[in-house]
Design a protein around this ligand. Structure first.
Ligand code: PMP
Length: 429
């Protein structure tokens, strides 16, 4: 495929925007080459500035669970936009979306809308600190909770793709309150809790991790965290920015059958517009301003366009929960087909899948945490990524990302993807 116009647009973008992008992973640094500039998208397909059609496996990194330009979402946004784009005053639609989200997600009484997943996680931690009166948090190496200072300690996603999991600009003072544990290793968490007894406000985790590739929580790991939190008076924060409204109506809480104390959302809840949210039971949310002393605010929070997109999206999912099974089935089919091709070609790999989250790691050892994920062979990944891209298959441009399937993908699309892998598999050594 030809990406001439994309290359020219990228050159121009780099003159005015750092790295030519507004979020680092988009720049293709991990895989080399120039990013693809998208012109428009519909359903499962991206159409780029060179006129190529690409089958999309990132779906804007998750939000577009029903495919691009999904008619009910687009119609809702257009109708809302005609009536004004922002008021900074309460609107009925905020309550409608809040009510629906609270009815779909277990264990939450109230929800506060923000503008991104970063804001949601940052605010959830402040709330946990304000509620418990304690300062420290535990996070897991390789988990990404947005780019707020406390989380850029051994973070996943772009932060690790670019080799800077501890970013300059994060002060020692902030870093010392973030304790690092090993994913799927309950003992590592217990050791931190014992060494910092009475000081830990919260444990924040991606209940199914997606930012070091997809990592499946081992049985009893998450349940063990819940028990530890109960014993030590620590709040358990589930970062469901990826898993929320993707794995099930009730997200990972429902699928893993574990209650979190605070849940954060992003992506699907905004239907492709900038939205995040955090939610908890009344006792905790009551600490938030203006009811309580923990401050949190936003000029554009609860924005009518974003709320209308979110409401249209969640309404569809609420009325048609078979989508979650359909997506998981498609993901399983894709995974099975791709695994067969790789096996037939004697390429060492690990495939991790949980519902509609999936990733391939080019390594012989099971990938269960950040350390094992980092052992993936990036030279092979690069060949794989570009080999697929050249055939019109758009995968995440880093091995530290999960793929996000959308329900507009047909089985023919999946077969085309598996066939594309077949075409390049012999070169993946
Ligand atoms: N948490 C998780 C689990 C994420 O995957 C992301 C983004 N990929 C974030 C938080 C941050 O969300 P945002 O990019 O909207 O700030």
């Amino acid at each position: 495929m030809i990406y001439r116009r994309s290359s020219a647009l990228f050159a121009e973008a780099q003159r005015y925007i750092p790295g030519g992008v507004n979020s680092p992973v988009r720049a293709f640094r991990a895989v080399g080459g120039n990013p693809v500039f998208v012109k428009e998208a519909k359903g499962a397909y991206l159409y780029d500035e060179d006129g190529n059609r690409l089958i999309d496996y990132i779906a804007s990194w998750g939000p577009l669970i029903l495919g691009h330009a999904y008619a009910p979402v687009i119609d809702a946004v257009i109708e809302k936009a005609k009536k004004g784009t922002s008021f900074g005053m309460p609107t009925e639609i905020e309550t409608q979306l809040a009510k629906l989200a609270v009815s779909m997600v277990p264990n939450i009484d109230k929800i506060r809308f923000v503008n991104s997943g970063t804001e949601a996680c940052m605010s959830a931690v402040r709330l946990a600190r304000g509620f418990t009166g304690k300062d420290k948090i535990i996070k897991f190496a390789g988990c990404y909770h947005g780019h707020s200072d406390s989380f850029l300690i051994q973070a996943g996603s772009g932060a690790v793709t670019f080799g800077s999991p501890n970013s300059p600009g994060v002060t020692q003072g902030t870093a010392k309150d973030t304790l690092l544990a090993v994913y799927n290793n309950l003992e590592s968490v217990k050791a931190l809790a014992a060494a910092n007894k009475g000081e830990i406000a919260a444990i924040i985790i991606e209940p199914v991790a997606g930012n070091m590739g997809c990592i499946i929580p081992e049985e009893n790991f998450i349940k063990g965290l819940r028990e530890l939190c109960d014993q030590e008076d620590i709040l358990l924060i589930f970062d469901e920015v990826m898993t929320g409204f993707r794995l099930a109506k009730g997200g990972a809480q429902e699928v893993l059958d574990v209650d979190a104390d605070i849940v954060t959302f992003g992506k699907v809840i905004g239907g492709g517009l900038p939205v995040g949210a955090f939610a908890a039971r009344e006792e905790i949310m009551g600490h938030l301003a203006p009811d309580g002393p923990v401050y949190q605010a936003g000029t554009l929070s609860g924005n009518p366009l974003a709320m209308s997109a979110g409401l249209a999206m969640l309404t569809e999912l609420n009325n048609n929960p078979e989508v979650f099974r359909s997506l998981a089935d498609k993901t399983k089919y894709l995974g099975k087909g791709m695994a067969q091709v790789l096996t037939d070609n004697n390429i060492p790999f690990q495939m991790n899948r949980f519902g509609s989250m999936i990733s391939i790691h080019f390594t012989e050892e099971p990938v269960v945490d950040f350390e094992s994920s980092a052992k993936g062979n990036n030279a092979i990944f690069k060949k794989y990524f570009h080999g697929m891209l050249n055939q019109g298959i758009y995968l995440p441009p880093s091995a530290f990302e999960s793929y996000f399937l959308n329900d507009a993908l047909s089985y023919e699309d999946l077969d085309e993807t598996i066939a594309a892998l077949s075409n390049i598999a012999k070169d993946l050594h």
